[in-house]
Design a protein around this ligand. Structure first.
Ligand SMILES: [Zn+2]
Length: 667
């Protein structure tokens, strides 16, 4: 008789191995950190004995569940912002809060909270991607869990790195330090093609190859991502990342919602694994991954919860059930993704997708002892039929709850016994995480109060205070003004031209003003300039976001001195994004065709704008503008402005001070 450390008996053993063997009653022998034998109880008890014999009372004994994609420290951001689009949620809330709060302390606490939740729900191994990943790894080891820990790299500054070179260097150190650890597989995580440059994708792939570690990333999550990739690179996401040598590495790709059959083949040939995240995809309305097709074509697909800020929990039982339901629903085929396959995806196939199936994912001799005991006899899961051997999988997938997990062993060590956590202090975790929620609430509350701080939160602004003389005169037609301008700029034999043109521009301006009721901060203008060439074609499009402070006016004989603060930011997101993020009380749209001349008149530079405002139809305007620095300067410029209006054949007496927005307001 061989003596082992633990002997499990009287269990419904689901091995989840290649033959999907089941034993009832079955037994499993564990020595140190690994499984030494599994089989029918009578066979195993003849060969092995132990001081620790565990009678499973005909509960299910199966491999621990594998969460193939998550961001564990984000447990601390659970419920922070919900019911938003992915870009608004990510760029408008999650990333700004992360920039402010994510630290080693945050990561340690968030990871502990996540490990507690996962252990309680039968998860023994997970694939993570976050910042300060060495702290995720350290805390995971302390909690006694197994994980693939991938350090995030992206093109923006992150909470743990100022540049991508810094985070790449930190990732190299992290991998070197953790490679060979029995619980942690270190890895690199280029966040996504849209948050990384081609150079980052190439560099991270090379790093993963150099150390033979997995590469964890997000691919083709939304239709929008694929559309932008097609527009910018002329191909969808999978061929693009292949071109950047991403598949030289052992890839674990989360989502892959919007990929076609050709792309599935590419992933399969590359040996890449996919993490399917049904809750996250459903909640963010990203679509449904073609899981049925992926499995038919031999791809390894695991199941993940994604981060708890987009789920909002780490419950794999719910995720497995949703994966099955979603696949049936989208394929219109109730036989699609049967319970047995769904559970396989959350165990052995998940480990395969993570390139860790030699370590865990099934009950087989030689693999680590990552085991859970699950009660399949509570009131919501009774009675039990035994006719169909697949019935037990259906029972687990369609009726079991995470709270039915009673005991969890990882790496041959107990981490939960009879629903009591052994490595983590639940009371302490709840107290500390509530403290973070309080701090983040205060931060967001302050931010929401001010349009300016909301603008700053999404990525920096430059401030400028502007003082300018501005005069606007309605005109009937623009041609006579243009003719005048031309004649004034022509040199004659006798003298220099009166007005010298420095630069000419022609563009159409599309302005959307976000107006905020009761705000004294002014309004946000989203401006798109479409530059037009001589052939009347659009050459370039530029988008800008400006917070325009309320103007302080001072009247001069003609023309008005306007002063106001402006905060400028390049508009990198869509108009829709800003609308949903700033939530204005109402909006005003203005469209105009603008001929803009920068001229020199009496050695002073002026802008002459000849505008045709088409939306709303306000007609044509001649506008003269110049920056000014002092009162004396303002007086001189105001006088010259009057002269210019006259020279161009308009009537200075008709000068108005309002801008287009005010004209619309007054209507
Ligand atoms: Zn994710």
């Amino acid at each position: 008789m061989e003596i082992v450390d633990f002997l499990f008996k009287n269990a419904i053993v689901l091995t989840m191995d290649e033959e999907m063997r089941q034993f009832e009653p079955g037994a499993v022998a564990v020595k140190q950190d690994h499984i030494v034998a599994v089989g029918a109880e009578t066979d195993i008890l003849q060969k092995f004995t132990s001081d620790h014999i565990i009678d499973c009372n005909l509960k299910v004994l199966m491999p621990g569940l594998i969460n193939a994609h998550t961001h564990v420290p984000m447990t601390l951001l659970r419920g922070l912002a919900d019911d938003l689009r992915l870009d608004v949620w990510l760029m408008g809330y999650i990333m700004p809060v992360e920039r402010e709060f994510v630290s080693p302390d945050f990561v340690n606490l968030g990871t502990k909270l996540a490990c507690a939740e996962m252990i309680c729900s039968g998860v023994t191994c997970f694939a993570d991607m976050y910042y300060f990943e060495e702290h995720v790894a350290q805390t995971t080891v302390e909690a006694g869990m197994r994980a693939l820990c991938a350090q995030t790299v992206m093109k923006f500054p992150t909470p743990d790195a100022q540049s991508f070179e810094d985070s790449l260097a930190a990732t190299r150190d992290f991998i070197q330090k953790w490679k060979g650890n029995s619980l942690i597989i270190p890895a690199v995580a280029p966040h996504a093609p849209y948050t990384c440059t081609a150079e980052i994708l190439r560099a991270t792939s090379a790093l993963a190859v150099e150390f033979d570690v997995p590469l964890h990333t997000h691919l083709a999550e939304t239709a929008n991502e694929v559309e932008i990739m097609r527009n910018e690179q002329g191909m969808p996401v999978i061929p693009y990342v292949k071109k950047q040598n991403l598949f030289d590495a052992k890839v674990l790709a989360a989502h892959c919602v919007h990929i076609d059959v050709g792309e599935i083949h590419t992933l399969q040939h590359a040996g890449a694994g996919v993490a399917h995240n049904p809750s996250s995809n459903l909640k963010l309305a990203s679509g449904a991954a073609p899981v049925k097709r992926m499995l038919e074509l031999g791809l390894n697909v695991g199941i993940g919860t994604d981060g708890p800020a987009s789920n909002n929990d780490l419950d794999m039982f719910e995720e497995i059930r949703l994966a099955a339901f979603l696949s049936k629903n989208t394929s219109g085929d109730p036989t699609a993704l049967p319970a047995k396959t769904a559970l396989l995806m959350a165990t052995r196939m998940g480990a395969q997708a993570m390139h860790m199936s030699h370590l865990t994912g099934s009950i087989q001799p030689g693999k680590f002892a990552d085991l859970i005991i699950l009660d399949v006899s509570p009131i919501h899961n009774s009675p039990r039929f035994k006719r169909d051997p697949n019935g037990i999988y259906a029972q687990i997938v369609y009726a079991s709850k995470s709270t039915d997990v009673t005991d969890v062993m990882i790496n041959g060590k107990w981490v939960m016994r009879d629903r009591q956590l052994l490595t983590l202090n639940e009371t302490e975790l709840l107290k500390f995480s509530q403290e973070y929620a309080r701090k983040i609430d205060i931060f967001l509350f302050q931010r929401e109060k001010s349009v300016l701080s909301k603008l700053i939160a999404i990525g920096g602004t430059t401030e400028e205070e502007s003082f300018e003389i501005q005069a606007k005169v309605p005109i009937q037609e623009i041609e006579p003004v243009l003719a005048r301008l031309e004649s004034l700029t022509k040199p004659s034999s006798l003298q220099k031209p009166e007005i010298e043109i420095i630069r000419t521009r022609h563009y159409r301006q599309y302005d959307t003003y976000f107006i905020f009721d009761g705000s004294e901060e002014g309004c946000i203008r989203y401006r798109e300039d479409h530059f037009i060439n001589e052939k009347d074609e659009i050459t370039t499009v530029r988008s800008r976001l400006t917070l325009i402070g309320p103007s302080r006016e001072r009247n001069y004989p003609q023309g008005v001195l306007l002063s106001r603060s402006r905060y400028l930011a390049p508009a990198t997101q869509s108009l829709r994004f800003y609308r949903e993020y700033f939530k204005p009380s109402h909006e005003v749209e203005i469209e105009k065709d603008r001929l803009r001349y920068l001229v020199r008149y009496h050695n002073i530079e002026f802008f002459i704008n000849i505008d045709s405002v088409s939306k709303p139809n306000l007609g044509h305007f001649l506008e003269i503008k110049s920056r000014t620095w002092s009162q004396k300067d303002a007086e001189i410029k105001s006088r010259l402005t009057t002269d210019l209006i006259e020279l161009l054949g308009a009537d200075p007496a008709k000068t108005i001070s309002e801008d287009y927005l005010e004209m619309i307001r007054e209507k």
